[in-house]
Design a protein around this ligand. Structure first.
Ligand code: DGP
Ligand code: NA
Ligand code: NA
Length: 213
């Protein structure tokens, strides 16, 4: 009754980076890759705009509502908390989750507004800790040149520069920094290698843990 693939857990893999760093397209390429290898995998993203909390966040991001900086911070966190138990169930039943943004976005975007780092981290304590964080590294100016900033609240060069600085203080041993200005296929290949390695490590029984660790 041991060692079977169906009993090993999935990996929690997070993609982070500035707006227009390429997270969303690389996330879906990774899903296709893992499924192609026969792994059970799902693509998730935060904010998850489909929930009630997510709809409040979406209104805020599109400037249709105004909220105090602390209030919106806690809503983003609540949006992750409302998915925590499902996340744990999926991982424990062997599904790997590719997650487009997570708690690091939460802390980086709010501390970029001037909120204290430790205050920003506090509501994330107890969420599942990613096995791997893939940070798509791009200079804010380069990201802005890519165009297609959709006009949402945070999609402004000066603010993204602050977010980039805030991300820099968050990285730990679970992070891999990827140069997001390489050709798209090169990025894809690098990510595949790192992700496969992580999936294997988790299958071998690496325990789940909680933030911040
Ligand atoms: P996206 O759907 O990935 O484009 O994200 C929408 C915007 O919200 C983007 O500018 C990043 C920002 N964002 C994502 N997660 C959080 C969070 O937890 N807190 C804050 N303040 N902003 C976030
Ligand atoms: Na965006
Ligand atoms: Na995105």
């Amino acid at each position: 009754l041991s060692g079977g693939k169906s009993e090993s857990r999935g990996a929690l893999i997070v993609l982070e980076g500035l707006d227009r760093s390429g997270k969303t397209s690389q996330s879906s390429k990774l899903l296709t890759y893992l499924e192609g290898l026969g792994h059970s995998a799902e693509l998730w993203r935060f904010p998850d705009r489909s929930t009630n909390v997510g709809q409040m966040i979406s209104m805020y991001l599109s400037n249709k509502s105004q909220l105090d900086d602390h209030t919106i911070h806690l809503l983003f966190s609540a949006n992750r908390w409302e998915k925590r138990s499902l996340m744990e169930t999926k991982l424990k039943t062997g599904t790997t989750l590719i997650v487009d943004r997570y708690s690091y976005s939460g802390v980086a975007f709010s501390s970029a507004k001037g909120l204290a780092l430790e205050w920003c981290k506090a509501p994330e304590i107890g969420l599942l800790s990613p096995d791997l964080v893939l940070y798509l590294d791009i200079q804010p100016e380069k990201a802005a040149e890519r165009g297609g900033y959709g006009g949402e609240r945070y999609e402004q060069l000066e603010f993204q520069k602050k977010v980039a600085k805030c991300y820099q203080v968050l990285h730990d041993a679970s992070w891999k920094i990827i140069d997001a200005c390489q050709p798209i296929e090169d990025i894809e290949k690098q990510l595949q290698e790192i992700v496969l390695d992580c999936v294997m490590t988790c299958q071998k029984g690496k325990p789940l843990s909680n933030l911040w660790s």
